[in-house]
Design a protein around this ligand. Sequence first.
Ligand code: ADP
Ligand code: AMP
Length: 213
Amino acid sequence: MKIIMLGAPGAGKGTQAKMIAEQYKIPHISTGDIFRANIKNNTELGQEAKSYMDKGQLVPDELTVKILLDRVAQDDCANGYVLDGFPRTIPQAEVLEQELNKLNDKIDYAINVEVPDENIVKRMSGRRACLNCGATYHIEHIPPKQEGICDKCGEKLVLRDDDKEETVKNRLNVYHEQTQPLIDFYTARGVLKTVDGTVDMKEVFKAITSILG
Ligand code: ADP
Ligand code: AMP
């Protein structure tokens, strides 16, 4: 099963993608996580990506597409995957579609997690991330057992550099301009499913599993 998560930054794509990955035993692939791992390891790719991410801009398609195609070509993706944060532009979606076409394959579901902009800024300021294992928490809604410490790996949790209020506003603009058109793109392919992302994360997951079966 090949799934794409769509939605504004902070809509809960990553939270749901991790639960889907566990339940359906497919890899969770987040381009944002791949970039953050590269930033942490101070690679050339990380340095280039950071210059865009810190401003709330998208990393150029050319770079992002290459990373994603390399990742989905790995053996663990043979039975499918859940993509979180990719595609974010129409050209990215077109390249993915062309590559899948070559393999006589396609995306099965594009899950659109809908959350109004008003809720997003609050969510992002409360998000805490583990840069070691990729786990995500929210200080009010989904707190870790011990404040500031990752439940899964024990590392310190951080407020992401791009979750500051001004950057979040830029990211929302970028979302509306460049990513939202993907809703029409996947509607036209008959695979778009929209869920309400404002309810409790377990309720959102229930809605998603009733779609995926
Ligand atoms: P995205 O991957 O779309 O950027 P995340 O999954 O990281 O979003 O979620 C953004 C923030 O909102 C995180 O702090 C997360 O813990 C929190 N969150 C996710 N889902 C919900 C929900 N259903 N209700 C409240 N908070 C949520
Ligand atoms: P995320 O973790 O999905 O919120 O992504 C964090 C940041 O990484 C984004 O604001 C972009 O700067 C960059 N990024 C992640 N995925 C993509 C993508 N598919 N295309 C371009 N930039 C991306």
